[in-house]
Design a protein around this ligand. Sequence first.
Ligand code: PLP
Length: 383
Amino acid sequence: MAHTIPGGRQEVVAEDIQAVAAALSSDWLTTGPKVAEFESCVAAITDARHGVAVCNGTAALHTLYAAFGLSQGDEVIVPAITFAATSNAALYLGARPVFADVTPETLLVDPRDVEKKITRATKAIVAVDYAGQPCDYSELRKIADNHGLALFSDACHSLGASYQNRPVGSLADATVFSFHPVKPITTGEGGMVVTNDTALADRMRKFRNHGIGTEFRERESQGTWDYSVEMLGFNYRLSDVHSALGLSQLSRLESMVARRNRIASKYRAAMQEDTRVTSLSELEDRTHGYHLFVVRLRTDLAPIRRGLFAAAKERGIRLNVHYLPVYQHPYYQNLPREFPPCAVAESVYSELISLPIYPTLTDAEAEYVIEEFKAALNQFTKS
Ligand SMILES: *Cc1c(COP(=O)(O)O)cnc(C)c1O
C-alpha cells in the first residue's frame, strides 16, 4: 500500500456533494426544511417519535441532560470506558458522573455494577453502545424502572444496529447520535437526540435555540416578530447544509454498516487463529454497528502496546486506543472528589487496541491491515 490506512474515515459520494450543493443554492442555509426532514428520517429509521438535530454529539448529550433537568447534586451513571463527552456533559450542568464498570468480553457497561452505583441522588443511567454493539437494554430497563430512573443511550457508535430486533434509538427513553466523520453517517459535525417523549423533545428544541419558544420559520409563517426566551439555552442548531448531507448519507446507512460488518468478520477470523490477541465478543441477540474493531492483547503483551502502535504506523497503519477510563484523565483526577476505581476497565484498558475500520476500506486493504498488524506483532513476540 502506497498510502497510510487511517483508523476511521468518512464515505462521501457524488450524490452527497450534489445534495450539499442543492442546499447551498436553496433559500435556507439554516433553520429551514432540510433540518426537519433529516430529523424525521432519523426518527423514522430508529422507531422514535421525535428527532432533535444539533451541531454535534456532545451538544446532543448536553441538550438531553439539560432538557431532562439534570442539575447540581444529581448523579448520572455512565460507563468507565467511553468517550469523555458522555460524562463531561453532566459536568456542564453541575451534575456528578458516577462511573460503572464494564464487562471484559464486550466493554459494555455491566448492569450489576450499574445497580451497585445507584444512590438517592441518581437520576439517570447512560448506556454507551461501545464499538457499535448495543448494551443489555432489557437488564438496564429493569434496573431503571425498579429505581425510578431515566435510561438514556449514548449511541454515537451504533446508529443502524439493533437489539432483540429493535433498532437503536427505540431502546431507551432518549438516544444520542453523533455525525462526526468517523461515525456511522456524517454531516461533518452534527448530532441528534431521538425520543418518544414529546415534552422532552419540545424542551430540547428550545434549549438548542437560545431557549426561544418558537422557531424562525414558525414566526415567519405566523407573520410575527415576537419571540420570548423562556429558558437559558444555547445556539446548538444544525444547518440545512449539514442536514442535506446527513439525509443523503442516511440513504446508505444500511450498506455502510454491512460493509463495516464484512471487514469485522475478516478481522475476527484472522484474530481467532492468533493466540496473542482476542476480538471482543459479539452477542447473540443483537446486530453490531462496528464503529470500532477492538482487540485485546494477551495480558502479558500489554507492555508492548506503545511499540506495536509505532511499528504499525511505520507499516502505514494507524491503530488507535478507545478509551482510557474517563476518570483517569487529569481533569477528572483534579476534581475535588474521588472516583472509586473500576477494576475491569482499568485492567482491560492496557490491552486494548483498535484496527482501522470504515466503509471505504477495501478487502485488499483489510487483508493488508491483518498482515501488517501481525508482522508488527512479530517484531515483539513469536505467535
Ligand atoms: C463521538 C462521541 C461523542 C461526541 O460526539 P461529537 O459529535 O464528537 O461531539 C459522544 N459519545 C461517544 C461515545 C462518542 O463516540
